[in-house]
Design a binder for this molecule. Structure first.
Ligand code: URA
Length: 500
């Protein structure tokens, strides 16, 4: 007979129960797992206790299971508890000790997928939570609040990140699921709050300003009562993806400038970047206080964030975002147009035929690809089906040129890459890259070579504009292609010489 197990929807609660059941030898097939949440007792009535079939069993669970299980537990999929218990059972009673490494196994595949979705949600929360200052504590600590709507139950799991990064300020992150609060000493949690009852942002701030001091102390926090008087606003923290990215990148550039000034500042600034910004508010251009949160600090974080980019419609038909890669301290950055068919599938720039052609030319010009950073002006593959062009047939995806809006939407990523890698030389390949970096309407065949005068992105190093390898690959005439290739290598040599 099937037995129903009700648990609090937390990893800790599942873990206790799972251990009990495992020790009792209760097989996964005999169980139905349910979340114990509001009103559920009424729906399902009394839950029969699970009978224990006590067994003498000595089992150990592979260590790697716990981080996976803890992550999967945050997912909102109803069947996550059953899935985790099944895996646990197989690892112990089924003696499938290597199960976690069998990536083709259905249970492991599903668990990995859920874990990935949770991590992605966590990352979005880290990138897009926007704190608003609502006051100061009696001891002078600044107090902030933010609203966020996660897809999964990640507040508890993700809160230590915010505690670490924003340790110097008091904050609350409110979500419909659960709220997290930090007062400099204690990280605490309270029930979720409802977005439907939300007034507008200003009203929220006003209300928070007047209530915050009295309610912030977690031991005094009475969210239910508070909500009655002070409904929480649903305030969209992602007004528009492209705008956020642009702000984020600008913020990072400003932050980098701040860091430079910081080295000259007479008084030491706090370590926390956010506090550094406040510290410098009198000496640097005003910075929105929320920007620090939205800007990933590292290329890796940017890459992860870019994987969710929806700033233009290209993401929809592409397999994935193809972010730049290579030496993070490169002196030369190569900027192509957009990923091609193979790059789109592989997730790496310049790995198809154009990439091979480029690699050889770089070598001949005296540039080692491993020492460079290689990226594209547009990070998604834009394509049309072969059948869409006259005389075309078959399932092939044909490259389609990105338009101005798409280039513009993607530019913050490129700016972010440049701000982090800090190359001395940019090499643009083809018209699209040149138009993104130098100016719209730049015609590579007429104006190629070293760029003089202002450029679209305010880059202060050297810029070499040259043709795209695909242009050379399209030239049918062998002599013409050879000559064009020679000239191309001459352009690349300017970049190589610039380093010498
Ligand atoms: N063409 C490009 O411009 N970039 C790539 O990554 C591949 C082909």
């Amino acid at each position: 007979m099937l037995e129903t197990v009700e648990i609090e929807p937390t990893f800790a609660s599942w873990r206790v129960k799972a251990r009990e059941l495992l020790e009792g030898g209760v097989s996964p097939e005999d169980l139905i797992w349910r979340d114990r949440s509001c009103g559920q007792e009424d729906l399902f009535g009394e839950v029969a206790p699970v009978p224990m079939r006590v067994r003498e069993l000595n089992f150990t669970v592979p260590k790697a299971f716990f981080p996976l299980a803890e992550t999967v537990a945050c997912h909102s999929a109803e069947n996550r508890w059953a899935l985790l218990y099944r895996i646990l059972w197989r690892l112990t009673h089924g003696k499938e000790r290597q199960l976690l490494f069998v990536s083709t196994d259905d249970d492991i595949r599903r668990a990995s997928y859920l874990a990935k979705e949770v991590r992605r949600d966590c990352h979005k929360m880290r990138a897009f939570v926007r704190f608003r200052k609502v006051g100061e504590s009696e001891s002078g600590r600044e107090q902030f609040v933010s609203w966020f709507e996660p897809m999964h139950h990640i507040v508890r799991y993700n809160a230590p990140f915010f505690q670490k990064r924003f340790t110097g300020m008091d904050w609350s992150i409110l979500t419909p699921d659960e709220c997290a609060h930090w007062d400099g000493e204690i990280l605490s949690f309270s029930e979720g709050v409802s977005p439907q009852e939300a007034p507008n942002g200003d009203a929220l701030e006003e209300l928070w300003r007047s209530y915050y001091k009295s309610i912030f102390n977690p031991s005094r926090l009475k969210l239910k009562a508070m909500q009655a008087e002070m409904p929480v606003k649903y305030w969209k923290n992602l007004p528009e993806a492209s705008l956020i990215q642009e702000l984020a990148v600008k913020a990072s550039i400003r932050r980098d400038r701040m860091m430079e000034r910081e080295t000259k500042a007479p008084t030491p600034a706090p370590k926390n970047l956010y506090l550094q910004r406040l510290h410098h508010q009198n000496t640097v251009p005003a910075v929105r206080e929320t920007d620090a949160v939205s800007m990933p600090e590292t290329l890796e974080e940017m890459r992860e964030l870019a994987s969710c980019c929806r700033a233009c419609p290209l993401w929809d038909r592409a397999t994935q975002t193809v972010f730049g890669e290579g030496n993070p301290d490169a002196e030369v950055m190569i900027i192509g147009e957009q990923p091609g068919d193979q790059e789109d599938l592989a997730g790496h720039p310049f790995v198809g035929p154009a990439g091979q052609f480029l690699n050889e030319a770089l070598r001949e010009a005296g540039l080692d690809r491993k020492a460079l950073y290689v990226t594209n002006a547009v990070k998604h593959f834009k394509w049309k089906p072969a059948g869409a062009i006259k005389g075309g047939r078959g399932p092939r995806r044909l490259h389609d040129k990105a338009n101005r809006a798409e280039r513009k939407a993607c530019r913050p990523w490129l700016l972010g890459e440049i701000a982090r890698v800090k190359p001395r030389v940019l090499v643009t390949l083809g018209n699209t890259a040149a138009e993104s970096v130098i100016r719209p309407g730049y015609r590579i065949l007429k104006e190629r070579g070293e760029v003089t005068g202002p450029n679209e992105i305010g880059f202060e190093g050297r810029i070499i504009a040259t043709v795209h390898p695909s242009y050379l690959l399209r030239l049918r005439d062998g002599d013409e292609r050879n000559a064009a290739r020679e000239r191309w290598i001459e352009d690349l040599k300017i970049a190589a010489d610039a380093l010498g």
